[in-house]
Ligand binder design. Structure first.
Ligand SMILES: NC(=O)c1ccc[n+]([C@@H]2O[C@H](COP(=O)([O-])OP(=O)(O)OC[C@H]3O[C@@H](n4cnc5c(N)ncnc54)[C@H](OP(=O)(O)O)[C@@H]3O)[C@@H](O)[C@H]2O)c1
Length: 289
């Protein structure tokens, strides 16, 4: 029986990237659907769960992607509600690559910062940054949640507290130089998850900070943290250990492929940010950076 992946994408044109990764990761047939909405997804789910017997349903799985994270999450909710009893298939959520990218970025921080210390996340309000905050919080890191606007940082803090009530989170308005300087002084790691092509930190700023681990997810010049090369992967620069966007990207791809492969091992997995990070910890050997 062939391993079939339904690729559900809210965008009009489903992402070829996600289809190719799925095929490389062991899916034998990928069925890409674009323009998927919470209103039209139920028949697709019924097609997935009613075509094979419960013992064979691990040969079918669902990937939910697309560029609109909140739309993908709304679709995921309907998918989950459509399953019942043994009539379910495993699901991976990775809209905007946010879960696999955040898992890779947090894994890079964690391998150099254990026991957990304070981490400043810049651009923490985007889909990737907010998941980084979530995963760091779950792993008991103190997280400084950076945004140009205090209210946006505060909104992420409140959202993450819904998932992890004990999280130690502090909003930081990075457009206020004093607030940024203090956060840099108090952080042992900096994770920059700002928009593509936006520099968030100069080299002088991070060299004068207390941070010894630097992770930048922006590959588009200028990069997010000046002085980091996109190819950096545990590269020493001054007193910092640096990861650039392409260095993290290779780790992200390993996680993405492993997550797809795992979908076909059983029919009841639900892989969202936290589960993807757990998987990353299992599949990435400590020395593989
Ligand atoms: N390496 C990989 O494999 C990989 C995979 C996926 C994504 N990425 C990269 O990861 C990064 C984060 O992705 P994303 O989709 O979460 O980003 P995003 O939503 O486009 O932006 C993240 C945050 O950046 C801040 N920002 C936007 N424009 C800015 C500006 N002009 N100046 C300063 N800050 C600005 C905003 O925060 P505030 O408005 O709150 O300040 C925004 O919420 C991107 O650079 C993306 O290219 C990398």
């Amino acid at each position: 029986m062939r391993r079939v992946l339904l690729q559900l994408d809210p965008d009009p044109q489903p992402a070829s990237f996600d289809a190719i990764v799925a095929l490389d990761a062991g899916a034998e047939v990928v069925l890409p659907y674009g323009g998927v909405t919470p209103e039209n997804v139920v028949p697709l789910v019924h097609g997935a769960i009613f075509t094979r017997g419960p013992q064979q349903l691990h040969h079918t799985a669902i990937f939910i992607g697309g560029s609109d994270v909140s739309q993908a999450e709304a679709i995921a909710q309907v998918v989950q509600n459509t399953f019942f009893g043994p009539m379910r298939v495993s699901v991976l959520l990775d809209p905007n690559g946010a879960n696999t990218t955040a898992a890779a970025a947090v894994w890079c921080v964690a391998r150099h910062l254990s026991p957990p210390g304070p981490v400043l996340v810049l651009g923490a309000t985007g889909p990737v940054g907010s998941r980084c905050v979530r995963l760091l919080a779950q792993a008991s890191y103190q997280v400084k949640v950076g945004s140009r606007e205090q209210s946006r940082a505060q909104a992420v803090v409140e959202q993450v507290l819904l998932h992890h009530a004990q999280a130690k989170l502090q909003p930081v308005q990075t457009s206020q130089p004093d607030a940024l300087r203090q956060a840099l002084q108090e952080s042992q790691a900096i994770l920059a998850a700002g928009a593509a092509g936006v520099q968030l930190l100069t080299q002088a700023q991070w060299e004068q900070s207390s941070a010894r681990v630097l992770v930048d997810l922006n590959a588009v010049p200028p990069v997010g943290i000046q002085g980091i090369d996109p190819q950096d992967k545990a590269t020493s620069r001054g007193e910092g250990i640096c990861y650039g966007a392409l260095g993290v990207g290779g780790i992200k791809m390993k996680i993405h492929r492993a997550a797809i492969a795992q979908l076909f091992e059983q029919n009841d997995l639900w892989l969202d940010a936290e589960e993807v990070y757990q998987l990353a910890q299992r599949v990435l050997a400590p020395q593989s950076g």
